[in-house]
Design a binder for this molecule. Structure first.
Ligand code: GAR
Length: 190
């Protein structure tokens, strides 16, 4: 059976990594098996490492703090990814700004917790909650050399409830993320 291999890069809790592992890892879509073959994390104490272990996956740790430039760190990522025959790299909460050393060589998608092009950057959930927007949402997009700026693959919005708390706003975003990131991967690969 034809199969497609993915790498998942993350930095923290890894709930989106887990959504990928539970919903699509080693499963068949339109006759194509999707498999996570590589997990990379830049933080040695990230909880996502334990989530990967539950699925028998060892995470490769590449700490950005051990590199003096972004380019050197990105080069190490590219080197590691190139050891495997990867069809798609998924950035699932990977909190690094990537340089062309990475973006010019790697076919990757990114998950972002807002309706892009609104609220780019690292604090999108808080920024969108504190705005007067009546909707929030999530985007999945191709990675380009512009931060959170590549072509959109999938977006989903939700309506702000009256007096919605920050916790509920954040919960809603994560709920949507856990659906549309796996869906986007399947859409691209099968
Ligand atoms: C997710 O909300 C993701 O959208 C966000 O980090 C979180 C990771 O959660 N990514 C960004 O903000 C990228 N700019 P997780 O570790 O539980 O998957």
């Amino acid at each position: 059976m034809p199969s497609k291999k993915i790498a998942v890069l993350f930095s923290g809790s890894g709930s989106n990594l887990e959504a990928i592992l539970s919903k699509i890892h080693k499963k068949v879509f339109n006759g194509i098996k999707i498999e996570v073959v590589l997990c990379i994390c830049n933080k040695p104490d990230a909880f996502g490492i334990q989530r990967a272990e539950k699925y028998g996956l060892k995470t490769t740790i590449i700490q950005n703090k051990n590199f003096s430039t972004r380019e050197e760190f990105d080069n190490e990522l590219v080197k590691e990814i190139s050891k495997y025959d990867i069809d798609l790299v998924v950035l699932a909460g990977f909190m690094r700004i990537l340089t062309p050393v990475f973006t010019d060589h790697i076919r990757a998608i990114n998950l972002h917790p807002s309706l892009l092009p609104l609220f780019k950057g690292s604090d999108a959930i808080k920024q969108s909650y504190e705005s007067d927007m009546k909707v929030g949402g999530v985007s999945v997009h191709w990675v380009s050399d512009e931060l959170d700026g590549g072509k959109l693959i999938m977006q989903r919005a939700f309506e702000r409830e009256d007096d919605m708390s920050f916790e509920k706003w954040e919960r809603k975003i994560h709920e949507i993320e856990h659906e549309i990131l796996p869906l986007s991967i399947v859409k691209i690969l099968s």
